[in-house]
Design a protein around this ligand. Structure first.
Ligand code: PLP
Length: 381
């Protein structure tokens, strides 16, 4: 007899396609995993020291719901300096338990039942379940490899996004590694202004941009007032396990998100907030070193793909490449894992437009990448 009856809503959310591959990979000992979206570095020492010092001083209580004021100020300064994003620490910044929480509370705060939420296809696996849990209707907008997986005005139009209420953007993109510069974002902004779309812009990979500067859509004309920007410490600062992110946006949107956050989370983890404050203040050099290492790995993997004759668009952000593979991507990924012990994620996990591709993460070290590329070559042969 089932006593824990679950909601109808939970039935709409399938188990994660990525997790399934991790579980398969865990069954073998010799597996090289290029499946995870997690840096192989540890957080910078200064950030870890700040976390330790905060514990030694007994700073183990909740913070303000919106996050420690010092941290919000540091976020405001950092975002103004680095991305030209100017937000008031009092009302326009919310410190969250990772970008994951930020996107979740934003969807619950901004989506009404039946609202259509357009999202880039392929993109990060959490958006679709997030929309479904908020009683919205996901509307995938296909991007194309021959357009470098960038979202375009025409793609939005073709997908019927003029009827949507919200657009989720993710650039630099997981899983394709695509980036959008100002000239690419402007037509998307034009579409949003014309059709009155609000935007959730997940910019967690902003610092991992290997060609030119990162541009946030919120800096374009008429976009600040309709956009919530998300960023965090998991990727650029290698702090995935500390669970810290932030959202920037107009006071009404951030206030609505805080209304949920204050009940569901109370405040983001205090120790992590101390680490994050130090990361912003003193860890630019560490970030720069990690970004250079990722860039070297990116070039290595791309050059090996080209030697093997695997078609792969030249990803310029995040730490993923998205090669095309012969046949069904899921069967290919399963075969590669069984035959050669290399774990990657099938592209179709990220949406229909990802079919026929693999997401290969180069967040692992060069020795592992070299061995994995040799095994991939053997598998293709
Ligand atoms: N957004 C994107 C695009 C991601 O790829 C990930 C993690 O892979 C997240 C958000 C999760 O971020 P966080 O660790 O801050 O919750």
């Amino acid at each position: 007899m089932v006593l824990v009856r679950t909601s109808e809503r939970i039935g709409r959310v399938p188990p994660s396609g990525i997790r399934k591959f991790f579980e398969l990979a865990e069954e073998r000992e010799d597996v090289i995993s290029l499946g995870v979206g997690e840096p192989d570095f540890s957080a910078p020492w200064a950030a870890r020291d700040a976390a330790i010092a905060s514990l030694e001083r007994g700073r183990t209580s909740y913070t303000a719901n919106r996050g420690m004021y010092d941290l919000r100020e540091a976020i405001a300064d950092h975002c103004a300096e680095r991305y030209d994003l100017r937000y008031d620490p009092d009302e326009e910044i919310l410190v969250t338990t990772g970008v994951s929480e930020g996107v979740d509370v934003a969807l619950r705060a901004l989506v009404d039942p039946g609202d259509r939420v357009a999202m880039v296809d392929p993109s990060y696996v959490s958006y679709r379940p997030g929309v479904l849990l908020a009683d919205g209707e996901p509307l995938p907008v296909r991007t194309r490899e021959n357009e470098h997986f960038r979202l375009t005005y025409e793609a939005l139009d073709r997908a019927g996004a003029s009827e949507a209420d919200l657009l989720i953007l993710c650039y630099p993109n997981n899983p394709t590694g695509a980036v959008m510069h100002e000239e690419h974002l402007e037509p998307v902004a034009e579409f949003c202004r014309e059709h009155d779309l609000r935007v959730l812009s997940d910019e967690i990979y902003a610092d991992l941009t290997y060609s030119g500067e990162h541009t946030s859509i919120a800096t374009l004309d008429g976009m600040r007032e309709r956009t919530i920007v998300f960023n965090g410490f998991s990727k650029a600062y290698a702090m995935t396990g500390l669970r810290l992110g932030y959202a920037l946006g107009p006071a009404e949107g951030i206030g609505a998100m805080n209304r949920i956050h204050q009940y569901s989370m109370l405040s983001a983890p205090t120790t992590a907030q101390h680490a994050a404050l130090e990361a912003l203040v003193s860890c630019d050099d560490d970030v720069e070193e990690m970004v250079s290492a990722f860039n070297r790995r990116r070039r290595f993997v791309l050059s090996r793909f080209s030697e093997m004759g695997l078609d792969c668009f030249e990803a310029q952000g995040a730490f993923y490449v998205f090669p095309e593979v012969p046949g069904d991507d899921e069967a290919f990924a399963e075969g590669l894992l069984e035959d050669q012990g290399v774990a990657v994620v099938p592209g179709s996990v990220f949406g229909e437009a990802g079919e026929g591709h693999l997401r290969v993460s180069y967040a692992s070290g060069l020795p592992q990448l070299k061995e994995a590329m040799n095994r991939l070559e053997a598998f293709l042969a």
